[in-house]
Design a protein around this ligand. Structure first.
Ligand code: ZN
Ligand code: ZN
Length: 288
């Protein structure tokens, strides 16, 4: 089954394939303020089942009651939040159930944050009510990952060995000057807050390095540990890098990938990057 969802003004439209992995109702105060209503109903779909059909989004990232951040995507014209990416469940996309405007849409299988529920509101007895977040077990397609959802943070010295190992595995053909012992100290001298790591249970599972020179932003060293790719870690890293670049006033981001690396190109395309007809040139100053 393919469902189409849209914002209030219909400029932002998405397509969701198959049935949602979970439909959840949340009474938390963040959802109350965001919707202007008393609760939100989220339909969680696997990441690969959701596709944008039209429209531009504005992103808003905030911490959530669960302790993990959530990135909301809203229509730039009417402001409706149509979908969001919960760091807690990086393999899923939450879609506002109301955006389908379908009275036959499946009923929530749970209601969370009953603690914040408005007193007069009585939910159907068939929906189990949890005081806060339930234990993260039910119906997620990659449950083992749930409890170890990575945290995106600024690089710190304790991450060195993890980053070094990750880069050796992810960029085997890289020249020596890209190795951790050279690249990291250099990066720490300039805009160290634009060097990000993804950490799950104390293990470095991803990196992204960015820089802003006052004219353009650049993105480098986006890497995710093998076995955890396509789980949303790369996306979370890129989005955090974009957020931090934007905060510095950056309006355009460039990046380079090796010619013929279609998998990586496809990843960036999904994030709105497009190939530009330029010839990439470079010169090393140290060896001249
Ligand atoms: Zn709209
Ligand atoms: Zn909520």
């Amino acid at each position: 089954m393919i469902r189409e969802g849209a914002c209030h003004c219909r400029a932002l439209r998405i397509e969701c394939r198959g049935e949602p992995a979970k439909v959840s109702l949340c009474n938390c105060r963040d959802c109350q303020r965001r919707t202007g209503s008393l609760f939100c109903v989220a339909a969680f779909f696997p990441r690969e089942a959701v596709r944008t059909l039209a429209g531009e989004t504005m992103r808003y990232r905030r911490p959530s009651a669960s302790g993990f951040a959530v990135t909301f995507h809203s229509c730039v014209t009417c402001g409706s939040a149509v979908w969001w990416e919960p760091d807690r469940m990086p393999h899923l996309i939450g879609v506002a159930a109301g955006c389908f405007a379908d009275p036959d849409f499946p009923m929530p299988v749970q209601a969370v944050w009953a603690e914040d529920k408005h007193k007069w509101l009585e939910l159907p007895a068939a929906i189990p009510l949890h005081p806060r977040n339930p234990p993260s077990s039910s119906t997620s397609p990659a449950p083992s990952f749930d409890s170890t959802a990575p945290v995106i943070a600024t690089y710190e010295a304790r991450h060195f060995d993890g980053v070094d190992a990750l880069w050796r595995a992810a960029f085997p053909g890289d020249p020596p000057w890209n190795r951790a012992h050279i690249a990291i100290p250099e990066k720490l001298r300039i805009q160290p807050d634009l060097f990000l790591v993804a950490e799950a249970e104390g293990v470095v599972v991803g990196t992204a390095m960015a820089g802003y020179d006052g004219h353009r932003g650049w993105l480098y060293a986006v890497a995710v540990a093998e076995g955890l790719r396509r789980s949303g870690i790369g996306s979370a890293l890129i989005e955090e890098a974009e957020t931090r670049l934007r905060r510095r006033g950056c309006q355009k981001i460039n990046l380079q990938i090796r010619e013929g690396n279609e998998a990586v190109a496809a990843f960036y395309r999904r994030h709105g990057y497009a190939p530009e007809a330029r010839m990439s040139m470079g010169k090393r100053l140290d060896s001249a």
